[in-house]
Design a protein around this ligand. Structure first.
Ligand code: NOJ
Length: 567
């Protein structure tokens, strides 16, 4: 009897704790979960995609209606911008409840249905995870400011005195005045890396770390496949008043990855971290045990420099400098996203050159570092230049991410403030309000002017036109999918014998691919060396290339591009 009691006690007390510990310590199986390496990611905001109920704002039901469109494009992963309840002062990146769905966009039931319908079409869903800060309207902050005794007080970062570096490190310079502001109710200054209505959470507090895991666990439980982790360097910084360069807690990243993977083995975390190459390993983890993917912001800035000037040397260097990452890790490449094109790492001279070409008017520039325009407007609606940019994106070493509407060549509305200029409603048809809503007024104006207005640029027309950008992009995605070498293989940048040509060769499991892009608007002759005198089979045109002594002489049009499989 005594023994039985002891046994029962063991079951009751020890096993649950053991199970919990096991949850947290389960080893991460890195090699089996690299499914995302050849995926196509499509980024969208529910509120501007498709309105189903005529209230002027997009919603989950509308998005469900358009899933077949997204699938036909060849998309594998939808990345959803924040859709949780929010005052909307930073377009949803000011979350007021991490466990809900904004009622303006639908219900939790609609969200579940959306995930199901996406999965049914073979599309996975990843969502923005915005845990660096909350909205100041979040009940945690509201309780925290009311009393020093609140359990939430220490969930945020406070200071009695105004720190001397209170106006250092603002993420939105020109718009934001400080990173410390007085909360009159709390009687203390609080820290906010972003806008004043986005107080930073205090990740030095274990309760906050635990809560962030609950959020991850919750959404994985709702069927999402992973997260785009917002503002990573700021989550892991350990703010100290008066210190210019805060320390970073990289272990946090390994911990949340491990936590997430115990809940869903094939989870993927895609980090938003604009860092220099020397930092990459800290984020990916030495053996890939950190975030699986990171946006390659570093290369992106030099890519825009190359597109603007035709000088590709800094871009080639950036691709080389970001080449060495763990086998299980992956870059995510992109052209445009929902923010400004961030050119903060270019030299002043380089940035001015990009401004001169892509954002000459100050109304096009933002935060002293970037351009708040869409790709098509920056490239002057030049189809050849757009094709060059897209063909390059889909052939860069990593997973391509596209922004809704860029497949059509949608434009921007500079009358809208800050980054909202590139977040206008999707243009579905030439009917009123672009077929986005049946309401008389969309909650955010559709673009109805100029070359990018919905009468000229919309899904319906482009679907019918075999030569449209939409159909061209769809074909390009298909091409990328037939080239697994890109996402999985090894690569080397080739000497292309022409200053404007970027040539890259991939190899994977006996397959090999070489891709060339001419950044100049003039035709050029490129010369590459590939030993073995093999035939280069042109994957787009009938322009196969034979070698003489391992040398190939390949003619490229202005802004021309070529994809060859090496036979
Ligand atoms: C990065 C997001 O991309 C941006 O849109 C947002 O304003 C900030 N993080 C704050 O969450």
């Amino acid at each position: 009897m005594k023994q039985l009691n002891r046994f029962l006690l063991f079951i009751l007390l020890v096993l649950p704790a053991y199970g919990h510990a096991q949850d947290k310590l389960a080893p991460v199986d890195l090699k089996n979960h690299i499914w995302f390496k050849n995926s196509i990611i499509y980024n969208l905001e529910v509120g501007v995609f498709k309105d189903s109920d005529g209230d002027g704002r997009g919603d989950f039901q509308g998005l469900i209606e358009k899933l077949d469109y997204i699938r036909a494009l060849g998309v594998d992963i939808i990345w959803l911008a924040p859709f949780q309840p929010s005052p909307g002062k930073d377009d949803g990146y000011d979350v007021a409840d991490f466990y809900g769905v904004d009622e303006k966009l639908g219900t939790s039931g609609d969200f579940a249905e959306f995930v199901f319908q996406a999965q049914k079409r073979g599309i996975r869903v990843i969502i923005d995870l915005v845990i660096n800060h909350t909205s100041d309207q979040h009940s945690w902050f509201q309780q925290a400011r009311k009393s020093k005794d609140s359990k939430y007080r220490d969930w945020y970062i406070w200071s009695d005195k105004l720190p001397k570096d209170y106006n250092n490190g603002m993420v939105f310079p020109g718009v934001q005045k400080a990173v410390w502001d007085m909360d009159t109710l709390a009687g203390q200054y609080y820290y906010h890396r972003f806008y004043p209505f986005q107080p930073d959470l205090n990740f030095a507090n274990p309760a906050v770390v635990e809560e962030s895991q609950k959020i991850i666990g919750y959404w994985l439980g709702q069927g999402v496949s992973g997260f785009r982790l917002d503002a990573v360097p700021f989550i892991i910084e350990i703010p100290k008043t008066g210190s210019e360069k805060p320390k970073l807690d990289y272990k946090f990243l390994m911990d949340i990855r491990q936590f997430a993977q115990t809940r869903r083995a094939d989870v993927v975390i895609l980090g938003e971290a604009n860092v220099v190459p020397e930092e990459n390993q800290n984020y990916f983890g030495k053996n890939g045990e950190g975030m699986q993917m990171m946006f390659n912001f570093f290369a992106n800035q030099y890519l825009f420099y190359a597109l603007a000037t035709g000088n590709i040397d800094p871009f080639k260097k950036a691709i080389s400098e970001t080449q060495i990452i763990p086998d299980a890790s992956q870059w995510a490449h992109f052209l445009r996203n929902h923010d400004e094109v961030d050119l903060g790492r270019l030299s002043d001279k380089q940035r001015q050159e990009v401004y001169a070409k892509f954002g000459p008017d100050t109304s096009m520039q933002l935060y002293d570092r970037g351009i708040r325009r869409r790709l098509a407007t920056m490239l002057g609606n030049n189809r050849k230049h757009m094709e060059l940019a897209y063909s390059l994106l889909f052939s860069l070493p990593g997973t391509p991410v596209i922004r809704y509407g860029d497949e059509l060549g949608m434009g921007d509305d500079l009358r809208l403030k800050e980054r909202i200029s590139v977040r206008t409603p999707m243009q579905w048809t030439a009917e009123k309000n672009a077929g986005f809503t049946t309401a008389d007024t969309a909650f955010r104006p559709v673009i109805d002017f100029g070359d990018h207005g919905y009468k000229k640029i919309n899904v319906e027309d482009q679907t019918r036109d075999s030569a449209s950008l939409l159909n061209w992009t769809t074909a390009l995605i298909k091409l990328r999918k037939s080239c697994p070498e890109i996402g999985l293989g090894t690569y080397r940048i080739l000497d292309a014998g022409s200053a404007a040509v970027f040539a890259i060769q991939y190899e994977h499991e006996g397959k090999s691919l070489v891709v060339l892009h001419n950044f100049s608007d003039r035709p050029t002759q490129s010369r590459i060396n590939i030993p073995g005198n093999k035939l280069l089979v042109d994957l787009i045109d009938e322009d196969d290339q034979k070698a003489s002594d391992g040398k190939y002489s390949i003619k490229l049009d202005g802004y021309g591009y070529k994809w060859f499989r090496i036979k």
